[in-house]
Structures are given as C-alpha cells and as structure tokens.
Design a protein around this ligand. Structure first.
Ligand code: TXE
Length: 486
C-alpha cells in the first residue's frame, strides 16, 4: 500500500507578458521569506519562448508609444506614480517579505519609486531637441529618438527603486521595457508591472520576466529584438553581459559593485561621523552598492573612534524586518549568510582581528531566518582580500591612516570606485580629498544622501554610464542630426 501523502500544491505566481499573465516554461523559482526561512510559494519563470513572446509584445506596442508626445507619455508616468503611492504599503510589504529589508526602509523606497516616475515625467515633458550652430544656408538640428526594446536587469537588494530607476526613464524616452528581476525578488517587480497596467500603460510596454540569470537573463540579452541593456548587479555578471553587448554592438549601461571608503579625519565631529559610518555600512545589512565597507580613521583618533563604533554596533537591534523596533534585519537569503560567513572566517584565518559579530546571532527568535551579526574586522592591510572584495553584507573593515597622502593612496587602491564618505571639520581639506578620490559619488560630512535629480554611477569596475537626473534619461535615447538646406 502506498502511504505517501500528496504534497499540497504551492501556488505558482504568474508573470507578465504583453498584458497577459503566464506561468512560463522554465523551472519555477521558490519564494522564501528570509526572516523566517518559510517557503511562501513559487513564481513562474520565463524560458526562451517566453522571452521571445515578451520581445514581440514589446516590439508591437513600442511604435505607438514612441509616437505620443512627451507630455502624453508624461501623463501616463504621473498616473503610474499615483498608483504606486496608493499601493505603497503593499509594495513595501512585498519587498520586505522577499529581501528582508526593514519595513520602514521599504516604505521609504516605495515613496521614492513614485518620485522617480514623477521626475522622469517632468524630464520628458521639458526635454528639447537642440538647434546646433548654423552653417550658412543650413539649419541643423539634433533630436532624440528611443531605441526600441530595452532589457532592464535588476538585483534583489532594492528592487523597488532600481526597477523604477530603469523603467521610468526608458518608458519616458518612448521605449518598451522587459524587466528581468532577480531570482530573489520577482514579486516586487511583478507588483510594479501590475500597477503600471492598472494605471493605463498599454500592454506590452512593460513586461516582467522572472527567472534565473543563466536561463532567462542570458536569453533576454541575446535576443536580437533587444536594442539596449540596462544592468544593475555584480561586476562579474556585468562583465559577462558587456561581452554580449559588445558582440551585438548594442548600447548598455552598468551599475555594479563597490568597496567604498569612509574616511574620518582626527578633526571630525565624532558623534556625526560615528552615526554616518554605522549606518553607511549596516543599513540594509551592508547589501547596498554604496555600503561604506572600508573605514579609514586617522591614527590620532583611531583607538577612541573604533571603540565607540564597536559599542554602537553591538547595541544595534537585530530582529524581524516587520517589527518597528528592528534596526537591522536578516540578509536576503540563507545563501547570502553562508557567503558572508565564508569571507569573514577566511579573513580571520588570514590574520584579521574580529572586533564584533562574525557569527549568526544566538536566540530562538532568529529561528531559521537568514540573520548574521553586524561584524567589524581590524588589523589587516588594505591590500588583504577582505578589504578588496565586495562582500555585500554587514562587514566593516577598519584601517588606520597617517596623513592625507597615505589616505588617498589607500582609498584609491581598489578596483572599485562607486562612492566615498569624508568626515572632517576642515572644509578645504575635505574638498581637496574629494577631488582626488576615484569615485562616482563623494559625500562630505554625510553619507548615502541620494537624490533622483543627481547623476549616480561608478568609476573603474563599479560601472559604466550614469543613472538618475537628465543624464539617466540619455542612455535610453539615440541622437539623430538633421541638416535642412534653406
Ligand atoms: O548578482 P548578479 P548576485 C554584487 C554583490 C553580490 C554579487 C552577486 O557583490 O555578492 O554581486 O550577487 C541577473 N545574463 N551585487 O548573484 O548575478 C540575475 O538573475 C543576464 C552588487 O545576486 O549580478 C539578477 O537579475 N542576466 C549589486 C541580476 O543579473 C543575468 C546588487 C543581478 O545578479 C546573468 C547585487 C546573465 N548571464 C549584487 N546572470 C549592486 N550593484 O547593487 C545573472 N543575471
């Protein structure tokens, strides 16, 4: 007799192609809440046939969208922003249950997502062609046209804002978008897709294709109908996609990893610097491209500063992301915990001194959740592997420096160049150092201030191209110059 009990069927969440919902031909993705380890369901994943259907739907929808006037597209982006705002709480909860980000942060990001659509509505409504310098009996003009179908590939750490940062300018410019979310956070992107449809965006202009990078992502970037790629994620994946873009000779922009220095001079306002350094690394548990993960403290201040920082780090309230008292939540998955712990233990074997953290937290309340203690390491050199590798987790490496020359050399000794924080009461020095640091964003006496109006992107291996601001619209457009004989 067979006593096997049939497993209850898990709900398979469908995805969006051309205004229709389908479950896809690739193996479904498990949906796991990282705070509890609980399997919540599964999400359908797109195989090559689904990718092809999405590209066709996008190609069919795009010309009519591109033919609209700027203000007409802007009106739709405004409607999407309103829809996001109206459903901000549900969006925030979806993201938090997928990636474990404290709910208060997800709420903030849902608001930002609406703001990003509003900003690009304003950009496209005011975007003008250029009359270029006259040459005798000619009028010459440069206008800007969309590229067609854009592949937008996003990671799991902040899908609410990253999806918006790609979809809003790409749509504003008159393109159709195929959004490929991370394996860990497809439901957040699917929720955005649904809200766009409900706001009145014509079907086919925003398709959402969950799936693995190897299956779905690779098929998407190689599809001949895709005319541009916008990618945010790890540097190794970025490089693989750049090779495809080079082979196909299509434009692509990349927002990649970082190992950003936080620099504290002895004359800094210590309390403010401590808060900036603490949140610069431990907000989102270090799963942020701009995480300030290398701390340089001037020798005279080093012992006092590091001691106070360790005390503040130990006092951080670790807990479930939906608890309003939680300051730092779980990592995005159990695999991320193992990844972080492997790097920390290797660093210790290489001689790093553990000042705090370096393990999973003890306590029944953490259950099977993906928790890891905020960790500080000291006693290694800046060229140690742990100071050069992007960990993308709650791990801060602290290093002393002697003077400005020593500091600049150490801070710039990194393959990355995304961001930097400088803490000093000497404004002239802070400014001077900011000019010498190889990074796309430098903050002085603040950290992680980000505005949709201000371009963002990396130097060196941290990326190519800029997102946000008017510069963030241009990659989704191509220039056409027309000469008219008078
Ligand atoms: O990112 P991936 P992972 C860094 C961080 C982290 C490392 C790996 O250091 O430890 O990257 O993280 C899709 N063709 N950052 O593996 O692989 C993939 O499905 C097309 C920094 O999560 O870069 C997902 O949607 N697409 C970062 C997206 O790429 C492919 C944020 C990002 O995944 C693909 C995240 C392929 N061949 C990680 N392979 C940041 N800059 O903020 C994967 N993908």
């Amino acid at each position: 007799m067979n006593h096997a009990v049939a497993k209850p069927a898990v709900q398979r969440i469908p995805f969006l192609v051309g205004g229709e919902w389908r479950t896809g031909s690739a193996p479904a993705l498990p949906a796991i809440n990282p705070a509890s380890g609980e399997l919540l369901g599964e999400v359908g994943a797109a195989g090559p046939d689904d990718v092809d259907a999405a590209v066709r739907a996008a190609q069919a929808a795009q010309p009519a969208w591109a033919a609209l006037r700027g203000h007409q597209r802007a009106a739709l982006l405004q409607a999407i922003a309103a829809q996001i705002e109206q459903h901000a709480e549900a969006l925030a909860l979806t993201q938090t249950r997928e990636n474990g980000k404290p709910l208060a942060e997800s709420r903030q990001q849902a608001k930002s997502a609406a703001g990003i659509f509003r900003y690009y509505a304003a950009e496209i409504e005011t975007f003008a062609a250029e009359v270029t310098p006259p040459r005798g009996d000619y009028v010459s003009m440069t206008s800007y046209e969309p590229l067609g179908v854009v592949a937008a590939i996003t990671p799991w750490n902040s899908p609410l804002t990253m999806d918006a940062q790609k979809a809003a300018p790409a749509l504003a410019a008159g393109n159709a978008v195929i959004l490929k979310p991370s394996e860990l956070t497809p439901q957040t992107s699917l929720a955005l897709g649904r809200l766009c449809l409900e706001a009145g965006l014509p079907p086919g202009l925003l398709n959402v294709l969950p799936g693995s990078g190897a299956d779905t992502g690779a098929a998407l970037v190689q599809h001949p109908g895709v005319r541009m790629i916008s990618f945010t994620g790890g540097t190794a994946t970025g490089r693989a996609i750049a090779r495809v873009a080079a082979e196909r000779m299509i434009p692509a922009c990349f927002e990649l990893g970082g190992k950003s220095p936080q620099i504290v001079f002895a004359d800094a306002d210590v309390e403010r610097a401590l808060e900036g350094v603490l949140w610069g690394i431990f907000e989102a548990m270090g799963q942020s491209c701009v995480a300030g993960s290398r701390l340089f403290v001037q020798q005279a201040l080093y012992p006092r500063f590091v001691e106070a920082l360790v005390a503040k780090t130990r006092a951080l309230r670790l807990g479930p992301p939906e608890d309003p008292h939680t300051q730092v939540g779980p990592l995005a998955s159990e695999q991320r915990v193992q990844h972080v712990d492997t790097i920390v233990q290797a660093a210790r074997r290489d001689g790093a001194q553990l000042l705090c953290g370096g393990a999973r937290p003890a306590g029944a309340q953490f259950g099977r959740g993906a928790y890891y203690l905020p960790t500080i390491l000291a006693g290694m050199r800046n060229d140690a592997a742990v100071c050069q590798t992007e960990i993308f987790g709650p791990v801060l490496c602290v290093l002393p420096f002697a003077d400005e020359e020593d500091l600049v050399a150490q801070a710039n000794h990194s393959e990355f160049g995304l961001a930097c924080g400088i803490w000093s009461a000497d404004f002239a020095r802070a400014w001077r150092v900011a000019r010498r640091i190889e990074a796309g964003t430098v903050w002085i006496n603040t950290y992680k201030q980000l505005s949709i109006t201000t371009p963002f992107g990396g130097y060196k291996q941290s990326g190519l191209g800029r997102e946000k601001g008017r510069q963030g619209l241009l990659p989704y457009l191509q220039a056409k110059s027309i000469y008219l004989a008078t």
